[in-house]
Design a protein around this ligand. Structure first.
Ligand code: NDP
Length: 444
């Protein structure tokens, strides 16, 4: 049995009931096979893969808080500190009822390679809670965040582990978390990213993930003599990543005709009016259904099925495994040419394979959505220097990082004889830097 298969089997046996983690490990190990096979003896002798798939540390804790009715609620809190070979752990916090240790391990594992691709000195981590901020009052969210940070603050720090936002964790939550960290640790430092602009945040961080998805997509199009101008796009989700992907791709001349939330999707053949979406989602925190009441000529469809809308470009920006094989088959049949993952692992393994085998340029999340964490790292740099860059400066750095990621991914895919296979390219390019650091640092 090959070394990669052996390690995958070990992961499945030792991490039962964590299907998303198994899926993420399998995708990476399958891609790395060509690299590992060439160096098998060297890597085996230091159990490199066994160490790579085992988090350095998993912290799990109780989060008690009091709701508005005076009842005590208890949630689970976690931080997975996966790999610090190239820098302090870095990765978001997710607050969502589906959060469990397996999902955070999958996200933390992906984060290692994503962070490496950015070219910046950041290791991989992820954390969160099964707390659901939806429908909670601001006071309840604050009470939860304060309790969560009271425990988490023992394990993080500006040079140790720097969390950020993710699903369910936006500016409001980062504010409450930062306030509590400062209070308990008595330190004003860049321990979290995604902060407000008046207290250490970076311009463009809010837009970074969505903009980055489109910057890398633009590179793919250019590399194939094409352009985004005039293309029809579908962007899933209507959260942070989705909104700014829509903003940037629209600026580059494409028309976005559909978006969704977890209840259903909207179709607007004239092109989505982003101001309306921002008002519904960012200001009123309401449901996307309202769009159809507010914008003439648009439609709302309850439930899933957004992939049935014909498009050239599909940007899944909602959540893991939202796009399955049937969805991809429909997209391909309708002529879709580009998929760039704004979310983490939004396409199932079968869906990814089908897209790649049927002429779709497919950029995986760990490369496509790396602009968010890259800009978080730029926020860390600004905090360390105690200064801040202008929006133009940050945007330019972000744009250059995304171009650089595209070139690294493209180059790795070509070097290993699989041109245009960006899944393999991203995994190999991300792995190369981490493995070099791990080999240099000895058995640890
Ligand atoms: P948000 O919480 O801001 O938005 C998530 C969006 O996805 C919401 O519109 C949500 O709808 C929708 N959604 C969630 N589950 C489903 C579902 N099953 N079907 C359809 N829609 C769904 O999160 P972000 O935009 O920050 O994150 C989105 C994805 O991008 C995640 O995978 C995250 O890990 C990834 N990511 C985010 C980064 C960032 O900087 N924010 C960086 C890199 C990756 P509803 O409101 O109904 O829940």
């Amino acid at each position: 049995m090959s070394y990669t298969d052996e390690v995958y089997e070990r992961v499945v046996a030792q991490n039962p009931n964590e299907p998303e983690f198994h899926q993420a490990v399998k995708e990476v190990l399958d891609s790395l096979k060509v690299v590992i096979d060439r160096n098998e003896e060297k890597y085996r002798s230091v159990s490199l893969l066994e160490r790579l798939v085992e988090p350095e540390r998993v912290i799990s804790f109780r989060v008690p808080w009091v709701d508005d009715n005076g009842n005590v609620q208890v949630n689970k809190g976690y931080r997975v500190q996966f790999n610090s070979a190239i820098g302090p752990y870095k990765g978001g916090l997710r607050f969502h009822p589906t959060v469990n240790q397996g999902i955070l391990k999958f996200l933390g594992f992906e984060q290692i390679f994503k962070n490496s691709l950015t070219g910046l000195p950041i290791g991989g981590g992820k954390g969160g809670s099964n707390f659901d901020p939806k429908g909670k009052s601001d006071r309840e969210v604050m009470a939860f965040c304060q309790s969560f940070m009271t425990e988490l603050c023992k394990y993080i720090g500006a040079d140790t582990d720097v969390p950020a936002g993710d699903i369910g964790v936006g500016g409001r939550e980062i504010g409450f978390l930062f306030g509590q960290y400062k209070r308990v640790r008595d330190l004003y430092e860049g321990v979290l990213t995604g902060k407000g602009l008046t207290w250490g945040g970076s311009l463009i961080r809010t837009q970074a993930t969505g903009y980055g998805v489109v910057y890398i997509l633009d590179e793919i199009a250019k590399a194939h003599g094409d352009s985004l101008s005039g293309k029809t796009a579908v962007v899933t989700g209507s959260g942070n990543v989705a909104i700014y992907a829509v903003e940037k791709i629209t600026q580059l001349g494409a028309t976005v005709v559909a978006m969704c939330d977890s209840n259903g999707y909207i179709y607007d053949p004239k092109g989505i009016n982003l101001d309306v979406i921002k008002d519904i989602k960012e200001v009123r925190r309401a449901r996307i259904k309202e769009y159809a009441d507010l914008v003439e000529g648009s439609e709302y469809h309850e439930g899933t099925g957004i992939w049935n809308i014909k498009c050239d470009v599909y940007l899944p920006c909602a959540t893991q495994n939202e796009l399955d094989l049937d969805g991809v088959k429909t997209l391909v049949a309708n002529g879709c040419k580009y998929i760039a993952e704004g979310a983490n692992m939004p396409t199932t393994a079968e869906g990814t394979e089908y897209a790649q085998k049927n002429g779709v340029y497919f950029m995986p999340g760990k490369a496509a959505n790396a602009g968010g964490v890259a800009t978080s790292a730029l926020e860390m740099s600004q905090n360390s220097m105690r200064m801040s860059w202008t929006a133009e400066e940050v945007d330019e750095k972000l744009h250059n990082i995304m171009i650089d990621i595209f070139n690294k991914v493209d180059d790795a895919a070509k070097r290993y004889g699989m041109p245009d296979n960006y899944v393999v390219g991203a995994n190999i390019a991300g792995f190369e830097k981490v493995v070099d650091a791990m080999m240099s640092q000895g058995i640890c």
